[in-house]
Design a protein around this ligand. Sequence first.
Ligand code: SAH
Length: 382
Amino acid sequence: MSAAGRHFSVERRCASVLDSSVMAGSVDLRALSRDELATFVRDELGQPAFRVGQIWRWVHARGVTSFDEMTDLSKSLRAVLAERCELGTLAVDMAQESSDGTRKLRLLTRTGEAIESVLIPDGDKLTQCISSQVGCALDCQFCATAKMGLRRNLDAGEIVDQVYRARALLAEVEPGRRITNLVYMGMGEPLHNYKEVVKSLRTLTDGDGANLSHRRITVSTVGLVPGIRKLGQEDFQVNLAVSLNASNDEVRREIMPVNKKWNIAQLLDAIREYPLDARRRVTFEYVLLAGVNDSLDDARRLAKLLRGMKCKVNVIPWNPHPEAPYKRPSGAAISAFQNEVRRLGLPVYLRTPRGDDIDAACGQLALRPNKSESELVQLGTR
Ligand code: SAH
């Protein structure tokens, strides 16, 4: 084969391996898996294998935003990278801090869409809630993000870079503070963007990269049964959270249209068959909506549905937003529901609203105008 022919076929192979990571002829290094990076470095850059680890660490452990920072690479290699690649860095458009210490980041993709990511401190723990899509297609009636519809999937680079931008912000405002836990509970349905989400999980848990622990990562799903089954077959395990939100099909169908496709019985079957390792439990999320799903009968039906499963229940009192007709139950109703579920033998936790005042709480991520300009911390990184 002629040199030109060979070059062509390598390029073709790379283009198909790299697919969405290739933007306007330039390769987004942040969006590549380690194997894809290795192929690119070897076949496209003609560089020795040890460069792969060097570049990977700059991109994922240090989260650099320019090739100039890659100081253990030669100037000429940095120039080649700058010409042929990009780093898929999200622009920090805005960072807000809530009175309870929760921080919300608004980040812009290179194509100009805004996404949101939230940092939630809790003692020594610092949990980051990340987005997997711009908007969401699932149309849960109580959720603000649903009102946007699905604009597009995020690619793996855009998912992982949320963590790197949050780390950079922390280095500025709270040096030494580390992100300990990660939840895929921001905008979007992670299992509706399966491929990129799984790729991002592999990247974020890579020991030479962000090095987050599988045990401290949770993927939350609306209940896409085929996605749950597929996730169960992967060669790694993360924690699984399932948004149940109702104790019977009638109510669940009404508030979560996905229930028309996979009902509660089908969903619970998939979860029973999920190969959960011995130390883990599935989390069932249950958004409490006054007069809709918060009665003591609901609590009893819920306990009956989940009896015998290795699980815990996370009760989330509904966080209000103007587009939905619901109400948060009273404190007394919330306690009564929780106590009844507990009395019937299930571990139950209350997820207290965090970052409520800056619309950072569950189901409030929808890029609404801010409540108070004075809460804004402008970072000037745009
Ligand atoms: N699509 C995924 C992850 C995003 S939603 C999922 O459905 O699990 C994260 C959690 O917030 C879900 O449990 C969802 O039911 C809940 N939620 C959505 N809107 C809410 C609101 N307004 N108040 C409280 N919880 C909400």
